[in-house]
Design a protein around this ligand. Sequence first.
Ligand SMILES: [Cu+2]
Length: 446
Amino acid sequence: MLVSSHRRPRAAFLMCAVACLGVLTSSPEARAEEIIQYFPVTVRGEPPAKRESGWRINWRILPTAKDKIAQHGYGRAAVWELQGIDFMKGYRPDGSEDWVRILNRMALAEMYVPYNQYKQEFFDITNYDFHMTRPNPSFFPKAGIVSARIHADGVVASEIVDDHVRWIDNNHINQRGEVEDKVLRGQVLVLWATFFSENYRYVLRYGFADDGTITVRVGGTAENFFQLYDKKGVSHDYATHLHMGGWRMEFNLGNPRTNTVEMIERDHDQNGRPFTNRRPFNNGREGGEIWDPAKFSVLRITSGQTKNRAEPPRLIAYTLKPVRSGSVRTKQDFTKADFWVSRLQPDDPARVQRGLELRFIDVAKNVLPKPEPLQGKPVVIWHQAGLNHIVRNEDYGVSGRKEEGAAINSWTGFDLVPSNLWHRTPFLDRSEAMQRRADDHPHHTR
Ligand SMILES: [Cu+2]
């Protein structure tokens, strides 16, 4: 289908001209980038603080496939693939920095946009040779930011920003020996880039927080596909649509072969008493699981090898926590579940022959016919999160013309939250005086 004839060709031509100019001067879409960022970050003019945590992140902008055969395997479009995500969770007893590899790879592998009517639906990464746009000065604020820069690939921007209250310590003893609340403001490294999707722009945003949390988001903005009103001036539901991001993740946590994947849900026993139900993902086999809002469903991936420094030590884990207003369900098989898990290296020779499984749209087809056991095998976690864009005047011009307005950015995504990655509350140092006080008043804290 020639979507360009429906979508805004003038803008497309303009963007292409800019992009082609960029390609002439350098080859930005092939080079690997790396950022190393320690926390806390002090503001300009202040001495640097002792490093308490940090991130080391590599990525590559995988180039657009000009023909039908995708070079990188996700689809035709350019893909921003994070290729090695390490976190420093303080120091080991010997004083060295305690780094652990969290993820080998992570990417937004699909952007799926079905409309309510006309059976119109788009697979922006699978089907189109869309690229990543280049940020210009309007992309950044004049204030309210610790620092920001555009990386050498000309596509990815990094920002360090305040992340509001990380914790409040209600047992802090101030210099006068009084107990008072102490606030730790968090900081976050935000990596973001913008995906050109003809009339739409998608803001791909990863927040790497100082405590090890990763927030994964995609935001849709720019020009709507349909006008707000039809020729009779009636606002129709056909313009309403979903934006569904599909992410693909390979966790490491020290040794991917030892990782186990569980679903954790708030359930009720026969007497109606709530309990936390931890169970192997899909009975330990490849497949899909549903997010149940009444159960607060999360997926947890736990290392079988890497332990934290708690007493006694515990195995480190990350929890995939959905942050969503609903679940995408269409006739597409990959919308049958919200979480999918597949084998990185399947046993099935037919799957091996097809090559590394990177396409989100194939996940159901890959794993449902012959689900393979997950125990002792490196796995791939897939997650989809969508938002229902019910059109409104704020997304159009005054007369409902799409060209005269801009759809306000709307976000969806999920969080990756550390679980027993740290051995204690990060950055909270108890002095001996505070510890004595806690020992003297064991019932002080509830
Ligand atoms: Cu929309």
